[in-house]
Unconditional design. Sequence first.
Length: 586
Amino acid sequence: MSTDALASAVADKLSVSGSKPTLYVDEKKGSDETGKGTQDAPFATPVGAYLSLAPSTASDKDPLSVVNILVRKEAEGDAPAEWAELSGAGKKKLAKGVDLQRKKAAKLAADGERLEKERLETEAREKKRREEAAQIKLVEDPSKPAAKKAKLYQLPELIGDRVRLQGWVHRLRTQKTNYFIILRDGSGPLAQLVLSGDAIKTLDALDLTVESTIEATGTIQKVKEGQSAPQGVEIVVDWWKIVGRAPSGDDAFEGRLSADTDASIRADLRHLELRGETATAVMRFRALLLRYFREYFNTKRITEVTPPCMVQTSVEGGSTLFSFDYYGAPAYLTQSSQLYLETVLPSLGDVYCIQESFRAEKSLTRRHLSEYTHLEAELVFIKFNDLLDHLEDIICTVVDNLLADPVASEIIKTLHPEFVPPSRPFLRLDYKDAIKYLNEHGIKKEDGSDHVVGDDIAEAAERKMTDQINRPILLINFPKILKSFYMKAIEGDEDFTESVDVLVPGVGEVVGGSMRISDFDELMAGYKREGIPHEPYYWFTDQRKYGTTEHGGYGLGVERFIAWFLKRWTVREASLYPRYMGRATP
């Protein structure tokens, strides 16, 4: 039946009610999604009303032979609206709309049949392809030289040799005649494997995915002129197999993380993110940085020790302590190993540790962690200027060594190419002068007022000042009221301490240190001033009783130091599995 004929039939049928259901339509107030066809819940269109019928009912060729449709008409004045039959134009519109919906349904049915046919054909082709691939078995050729087991970093020294490699598929590019695999084994550099011939016709070749682990043998050769590959070499593979296949499809590695993945999801998937090139580079750099710090300490005959992380005394105050039950007694995770380091100065001399510290600060800034790697040192028989000179020297020496290291320097060029090593001497800025600087340069407190002596300079103001000066700063001589009970007062200016924070651009504070109180009575006064009972600290106080001397030390936040060096937005990127407020997984 044509559209016009259908519309004419609709017109003829509409006035005959019989036992047909009646559905109501209100174009202004109705809804085709939530309407029920009643006067209180009308549909929005006649087509929507018709399509609400059961499929067996709505399949009739003539819509109005199975349903009465009444449309709301607005009355004049205060008279109530009336329900009326469809106009002639409305009948034609209904007929055309229903005809269009039937055509769409017919097309969907036809498309469904076509798609199902295509699916079956694809499955048949894939089945045949896999059956053919199953017939191809790669076997190591016994006539070839025995393959040497090698790590990827060794390849440039083994050109021409046949090697056996194991690793993860970092990237994969497939062509009709060749597969190109970028392999990663964790030893440092990547390597390119080239597969061809039967090597790309096996079941393993069909199933190969990014992050699968594989084993392969092949010959190392230099890449041809004009071509490029990691380390300038490639391995022509003669045998290989999948050791552990990674998922494909919806669970494929490539789909789990992307540049715009939400931060909370990235944190949940940290174990996968660590396989990425940036995270790998940061962790590798971190290892080298700790190595060069240890080398520096070794050259200065500063001994490494390992203090406890479970303690029953605090260092920085109780508000940031993580507490736990220790066999029925209260105990804490350490905030700092400083007090324990001081106890071994008489036996080992200068000492250091690289240990985790814990701060229960309810802060989610980009430079705070609840658990962080704390590099701490205590130096004996020194004056305050000696401590400042040491801090300059260790930072500059470690920076120079990292820039001279081929692996570390390449990471720096990739992640922070504009990094400029600090020059000596560092700016030594007295706390009082810093207050003047802040006020003279319009850097206000959080409440908008000027800074005054005695203020604990907020992180934002401190970082803004440091970024403006744009060089490392030794901020010294903080007020006693802002510092810990053990810090030595300045002789002749006892309201201030021989203390120092090292500030660097982009991060702010990376080191905090001071000279320590060496006098017994002064330390006891420090306990009293801070309201700390001295009895639990007897082992610390005894250092002033049994042969006291001048000494000082510091703590360096490793993650902050890395964030400065590699221009990371947050210290979380410099931690293997960062812990911060609300995050203790995975």
